[in-house]
Write a protein that binds this ligand. Structure first.
Ligand code: SF4
Ligand code: SF4
Length: 165
């Protein structure tokens, strides 16, 4: 069941997208397709399981590098935009804790390099309101201990992935 906190974070990202135009037109929606490394599968936040995501199947899974347990949604069809999971809403960004600012923030997801044509542009190439909304949404989640713990697992996985390159 979604908490109010999760819903607030999702709502912040309801209408903002990485670019002013539909970025999916540049890559034929690559992040929603199975290319063997990214796409087609998305990890769900606590509270997102059991929701109305009937375009895919949900499984208990594990993160590939750190082996942390996570619930994953494997998409078999295009989703209903209003019900997209949180991590699809912020892609190609990912949460991380900025030691410099002592704040949760977002950075380009290194795993996006394999699939997303926006990766090379960095955060500066994305809509500023998209980046701001993603950062605020992550900070909302981080205000709750359970969600912050989940963010830490995500950050650890993405950092560990970087180390494998
Ligand atoms: S891969 Fe990148 S450019 Fe393509 S739809 Fe996903 S976020 Fe947009
Ligand atoms: S939930 Fe939607 S946006 Fe996310 S991977 Fe599946 S089809 Fe793509």
């Amino acid at each position: 069941m979604k908490t109010e906190l999760l819903q607030s974070a999702l709502d912040l990202l309801k209408d903002v997208t990485p670019l002013k135009t539909d970025c999916g037109l540049y890559c034929d929606r690559a992040c929603c397709k199975d290319n063997g490394e990214a796409g087609s599968c998305v990890w769900l936040l606590p509270g997102e399981d059991g929701e109305t995501m009937n375009w895919g199947k949900q499984y208990e899974s594990e993160m590939p590098v750190t082996k942390a347990s996570v619930r994953a949604l494997y998409c078999a069809a295009p989703c209903e935009r209003d019900f997209r999971p949180f991590l699809c809403r912020i892609f190609p960004l990912t949460p991380y804790f900025s030691d410099k600012k002592q704040l949760w923030s977002v950075r380009m997801d290194r795993r996006a390099a394999a699939v997303c044509p926006l990766y090379g542009w960095g955060k500066k190439g994305l809509r500023a309101d998209f980046v701001k909304a993603a950062e605020e949404a992550v900070q909302i989640l981080a205000s709750d201990a359970e969600y912050e713990a989940f963010l830490k697992r995500l950050e650890a996985e993405e950092t560990a992935y970087r180390m494998t390159l």
